[in-house]
Design a protein around this ligand. Sequence first.
Ligand SMILES: Nc1ncnc2c1ncn2[C@@H]1O[C@H](COP(=O)(O)OP(=O)(O)OP(=O)(O)O)[C@@H](O)[C@H]1O
Ligand SMILES: O=P(O)(O)OC[C@H]1O[C@](O)(CO)[C@@H](O)[C@@H]1O
Ligand SMILES: [Mg+2]
Length: 382
Amino acid sequence: MKNRKRIGILTSGGDCPGLNAVIRAVVSHATLTYDWEVLGISYATQGLLEARATTLKMHGLDLRGIDPLLFMGGTILGTINKGDTLAHASEIIAGYQTLELDALIGIGGDGSLSILHNLAHQGNWNFVGVPKTIDNDVALTERSVGFDTAVNTITNALNSLTFTAASHDRVMIVEVMGRKAGHLALQAGIAGGADVILIPEIPYSIEGICQHLAQLRDRSWRKFAIVVVAEGIEAIKDLSDCDGLCQSTLTCGMGQYIADQISHCSTEKIETRVSVLGHIQRGGIPSALDRLVATAFGKTAVDLVAQGKYDQMVAWQNGQVVAVPLQEVMLQSPSPVDANGYLVPIARSLGIYVGDGFQFSQQSKVSCLENDNAFLTKRETH
Ligand SMILES: Nc1ncnc2c1ncn2[C@@H]1O[C@H](COP(=O)(O)OP(=O)(O)OP(=O)(O)O)[C@@H](O)[C@H]1O
Ligand SMILES: O=P(O)(O)OC[C@H]1O[C@](O)(CO)[C@@H](O)[C@@H]1O
Ligand SMILES: [Mg+2]
């Protein structure tokens, strides 16, 4: 029988920099301000299912007085981004009771928060959500923990690629994460000086990209280019009958697909190289902004528990940390880039190609070319 309030904390979905900073803020504030016990639950819903948890103490992990949680990437609790929660809902719900939790703080992206919100509803849990994801696609918050660090990681990669691209007169294609949202591609693309940014929210054409690259060469004497491709863009056509490296969009990513397409842009073959940044974007040391957001979110989540305000998510709005109803968040997530928002015109005003704005069905589709020396010789209009 416990005599102190006991709260649980878990991390769910893909990991990202800043998760440990949230955990640190929750443990510090809950113990120092409220004298509560904090249970760290391992591997998200899996830990609840197995009732696997450890008491987290403020100085449990310090090294000679240094608390590494503020700047360690990943999550000390472990995480999962898949599993059959529906089949195990009753066992997961029972885990909350077995651990004798008074409340649970769940740090997750849109997928995890939706699952936890439903479980909390079914199990009558006292639940507070904290948004984290490099994709920044959780609705009603301008920032999710991990996004800023990932933008910085991509921006640094674009900086590095610019030098080698310029030295060899190459077009560098950089595929970035984000699932079906283009926030990472758009923000890092602008910050990193990209020439082309392709995001799922705005239709593009191969012809439009080719024309843009030609203009760069003709008007600016710039023989190299940086093309940022969000992993979630759609292929304009099936490549199964093409000769290129990318035989189908299932066997290669969209970065390779775009490279294959634009290598046929002009009579002079364009030399391309593809970099898929992959999970490097999820690693690294959290940026100062992510640490700040993580700390503010962790502190506010604990305060919401203290006030008995549940079924809420902490959110960053207009420079303030606020609470928003999880139900509302779920209805609007995943949240895409606003094609009419302020960032797209900023990018275009710098001369960056960010798509044509036409619908896929109305635009020209480029056929597979029989040899490398033809530029749009075969074109079908659909
Ligand atoms: N803890 C979990 N248990 C079971 N399934 C999960 C869990 N977290 C996410 N999923 C599922 O995994 C898939 C991918 O989720 P996703 O990776 O988008 O997680 P997220 O919480 O949104 O975080 P992020 O997008 O940053 O990785 C979704 O279909 C989601 O339902
Ligand atoms: O870790 P996994 O399962 O490869 O997931 C990768 C996905 O997770 C994210 O990193 C975060 O949602 C996406 O940007 C990416 O598509
Ligand atoms: Mg997600």
